[in-house]
Design a protein around this ligand. Structure first.
Ligand SMILES: Cc1cc2nc3c(=O)[nH]c(=O)nc-3n(C[C@H](O)[C@H](O)[C@H](O)COP(=O)(O)O)c2cc1C
Length: 173
């Protein structure tokens, strides 16, 4: 079985998850390639049994480079199974009432091809973010009317990365 994992990642959480998926598939002796979507042009082969696409979610959306890949390159891939993964700090709001990933609502044709849609939990370290992201996040937390303790908690480094969950997921795809 040939697998291709394509991920986008700004701060490393989605890259880590992609690597854990590969690691678990490697144990089962699958043939696995793992690339950043930005390096899609370096890929020689286009035909796979399973394609896994993963992007972090920022304000409910995937990254620009992930959407560019969907627009410009996705159609070059041939596969039997498509798996799409969002990486976020919570799962529920990422799905609509039909359990479809919201961040693909403008890409319904692609979303319909995905037999697996999942959200895996990531990591958020405020002090590592660029100024624009810090300001966005700060404004978002302010709008939530948190008390001082909750606010401080949100700004402290938080990781929900869980290798066991990622390995369990990888076993099923
Ligand atoms: C500005 C900003 C907006 C975010 N928006 C969301 C969101 O809408 N939903 C969510 O669950 N997580 C949100 N997150 C958390 C990211 O999805 C999380 O940090 C993710 O692990 C980042 O992945 P990466 O390290 O691969 O870039 C946001 C983080 C930032 C900084």
């Amino acid at each position: 079985m040939k697998y291709l994992i394509l991920y986008s990642s700004y701060y490393g959480a989605t890259k880590q998850i992609a690597q854990w998926i590969k690691e678990r598939l490697d144990i089962d002796k699958k043939e696995v390639m793992c690339y950043n979507v930005k390096d899609f042009d370096k890929i020689q082969k286009t035909s796979y049994d399973v394609v896994v696409l993963a992007s972090p979610l920022y304000s409910g959306k995937a990254t620009d480079e992930f959407y560019s890949f969907l627009k410009n390159s996705f159609q070059k891939l041939v596969f039997k199974k498509l798996v799409i993964v969002g990486v976020a700090m919570q799962k529920k709001a990422c799905f609509d009432e039909n359990h479809q990933l919201r961040f693909l609502s403008d890409y319904k044709d692609i979303r319909e091809k995905a037999s697996v849609q999942e959200v895996l939990l990531g990591e958020l370290v405020f002090d590592r973010l660029n100024k624009e992201f810090q300001e966005k996040l700060f404004a978002f937390y302010k709008s939530m009317n948190l008390d001082e303790k909750q606010f401080k908690n949100m700004l402290s480094p938080r990781t929900l990365l869980n290798k066991k969950d990622v390995w369990d997921f990888a076993q099923k795809i």
